[in-house]
Write a protein that binds this ligand. Structure first.
Ligand code: PGA
Length: 230
């Protein structure tokens, strides 16, 4: 486009991010938009499968996801850790225990994300690996709904640590063997796609913002809670 040729930082930026990233990406857009007031943004939030569908349909400029599929030709770069941890309501009896055997999860009512969720897949594969069966009491298609159900006493679950914000006092993070499940957020786009100047600008901005978060701890609460284990 003409804007690209002139190198002007204006135009549209279409982002699609997995549900766990919605706890940080919109916040990071604030300073970006101040720096580049000519850029308008549309942000879609969906689960892992939804991101893949959008990618295949070439609907967005950039994607944020935590599992890059091998069957698609994609350029990607890691920018932040996305650990999955065991959430229980504050004051749960297991909250005081250390090094809880993973089998113990099978005795608690469990709240599971919907099929198509990357979180669900990661949890399921860890449980399968250790031959643990959980009693799924409830299946919910939203991290936020799961958090409310946990506080409501319906069960425990495994969620991204980034979903903890100012409500952290309402939860206990259980010290269960083999947790956290280590995951990483990637910024990605189909290989062979020529990024617009606007998309390239955001790409660089995000990597830089992530670097500052890790180095200077100017993080939102969700990130401060988890220091990045190597
Ligand atoms: P999802 O995203 O569970 O909403 O798919 C999280 C992830 O893939 O890590």
């Amino acid at each position: 486009t003409v804007a690209d040729l002139k190198g002007l930082k204006q135009g549209q930026l279409r982002l699609a991010v997995i549900t766990t990233a919605k706890y940080i990406i919109p916040r990071l857009l604030g300073p970006f938009c101040q720096q580049y007031p000519g850029i308008d943004i549309s942000l879609q939030v969906t689960n892992h499968e939804g991101i893949l569908d959008r990618m295949i349909g070439n609907l967005d400029d950039l994607y944020i996801m935590s599992q890059v599929p091998d069957h698609l030709d994609i350029n990607f770069e890691a920018f932040l850790e996305n650990p999955l941890v065991v959430f229980a309501p504050a004051g749960h009896p297991l909250a005081k225990e250390k090094n809880i055997p993973i089998e113990r999860l099978g005795e608690e009512p469990f709240i599971m994300r919907e099929p198509g969720s990357g979180t669900r897949r990661a949890v399921q594969s860890l449980l399968d690996e250790h031959g643990v069966k959980v009693k799924v009491k409830l299946e919910l298609g939203s991290n936020e709904a799961i958090k409310q159900a946990i506080v409501g006493g319906l069960g425990i679950s495994v969620l991204s640590r980034h979903t903890l914000l100012t409500d952290a006092h309402e939860f206990s993070i259980l010290d269960v063997q083999h947790f956290p499940i280590k995951r990483t957020w990637y910024i990605a786009y189909p290989a062979g796609k020529q990024l617009s100047i606007v998309a390239r600008t955001y790409y660089e901005y995000l990597l830089e913002a992530a670097r500052k978060i890790v180095e200077q701890e100017i993080a939102p609460l969700s990130i401060k809670v988890e220091q990045f284990p190597s």
